[in-house]
Write a protein that binds this ligand. Structure first.
Ligand code: NAP
Length: 247
C-alpha cells in the first residue's frame, strides 16, 4: 500500500523509521523544502510544494497513494488544509499525526496570543530583553516593536531578517536541555520568552527554565485544524491505523 507522509516534524521522522522495510506499506516522505540539509529518513523522499490542492490531488492519483499521514508541524496550516480538501476530494483516508500542545503548569506566567502580530504587541507591556523561538519564517511582526533587545534563536538563518536595532541571532538545533536553556536565559538576561505552542519534548525545557526563573512566556496558540480530521497523538497509533488499512 502506497502512503504519503507529509513531513517536517520529529513525529514524521519517527514514523518513517518504523516504516523502513515494512512488508506491506511503501511510504514516501514529502518535505516542503525549507530546510537546506534535511536529515535522511531511509524512505523515498520528495521535496517542494505540490502546487496547491489541485497539484496534490494529481500527485495522489499519479502515485497511487492509498493513505495520507499529515505529520506536518501544528502551525503548518496551509498544507494541512490542502491535505484535508484533497483527501475529501479523492476519498483517500487521512489522519493527522500531531503531538499534544503544551499546557501551563503551576508557576507558569503565560500570555496566550492568537498569532505572531499579537505576540509582538504583547511585548510592549513586558520586559526589555526578549528571547524569540518562533522560527525563522515569520519574524516581521517584531519589527513593529523595535525598542526591545532581541535574541532570536532559529535553526537556520532567516531569509529576511527583521530590521531591528538591537538583535542577536543564534543558530541552534534542538533538542535543548533545561540546564542549557537556563544558561541561555541567564547569559542574555532574558526577561520574556516568545514561543509557539509546538508541543513535544525536544524544545519544552525552555518553558521549565522560564518557570524556574519566573520569566513570562508569550505563548502563540495553534491555528485551528481543519474540521472532522482524526488526530493521532503518537506514532504507534498511526502505525496501527496504516496496518489496519494495508491489504
Ligand atoms: P504551510 O504554510 O502550511 O505550507 C505552505 C506551502 O508549502 C503549502 O501550501 C505547500 O505548497 C508547501 N508545503 C508545506 N509542507 C509541505 C510538505 N510537507 N510537503 C510538500 N509541500 C509542503 O507550511 P509552513 O508553515 O511553511 O511549513 C513548511 C514545512 O516546515 C512543513 O513541512 C512543516 O511541517 C515544517 N515546519 C513548520 C513550522 C512552523 O512553525 N510553521 C515549524 C517547524 C517545521 P503547495 O501548496 O505548493 O503544495
Amino acid at each position: 500500500m502506497q502512503v504519503l507522509i507529509l513531513a517536517g516534524t520529529t513525529e514524521a521522522m519517527a514514523l518513517a523509521r518504523l516504516l523502513q522495510e515494512h512488508p506491506t506499506i511503501v511510504a514516501t516522505v514529502s518535505l516542503a523544502g525549507r530546510t537546506k540539509k534535511p536529515a535522511p529518513t531511509g524512505l523515498p523522499q520528495r521535496s517542494g510544494g505540490f502546487g496547491g490542492v489541485d497539484g496534490l490531488v494529481s500527485y495522489l492519483h499519479e502515485q497511487g497513494i492509498r493513505a495520507i499521514v499529515d505529520a506536518t508541524h501544528p502551525f503548518a496550516n496551509q498544507i494541512s488544509t490542502n491535505a484535508a480538501i484533497a483527501a475529501a476530494t479523492t476519498g483517500i483516508p487521512l489522519v493527522t499525526l500531531s503531538r499534544p500542545a503544551w499546557q501551563p503548569q503551576s508557576g507558569d506566567h503565560w500570555r496566550i496570543v492568537p498569532d505572531l502580530y499579537a505576540a509582538a504587541e504583547a511585548l510592549r507591556s513586558l520586559g526589555q530583553r526578549v528571547l524569540i523561538t518562533t522560527g525563522r519564517q515569520e519574524l516581521a511582526p517584531f519589527a513593529n516593536v523595535p525598542e526591545k533587545h532581541y535574541v532570536i534563536r532559529t535553526i537556520e538563518p532567516p531569509d529576511k531578517p527583521p530590521e531591528l536595532p538591537y538583535v542577536r541571532f543564534l543558530y541552534q538545533r534542538g533538542p535543548f536541555d533545561r540546564m542549557a536553556e537556563a544558561t541561555l536565559l541567564e547569559t542574555y538576561g532574558i526577561e520574556v520568552l516568545v514561543t509557539k505552542n509546538s508541543g513535544g519534548e525536544a524544545t519544552r525545557s525552555k518553558l521549565d527554565a522560564a518557570r524556574e526563573r519566573g520569566i513570562p512566556v508569550v505563548m502563540v496558540q495553534r491555528p485551528p485544524r481543519p474540521r472532522g480530521i482524526t488526530i493521532h497523538e503518537n506514532v504507534s497509533t498511526t502505525l496501527d491505523w496504516l496496518e489496519h488499512l494495508a491489504p
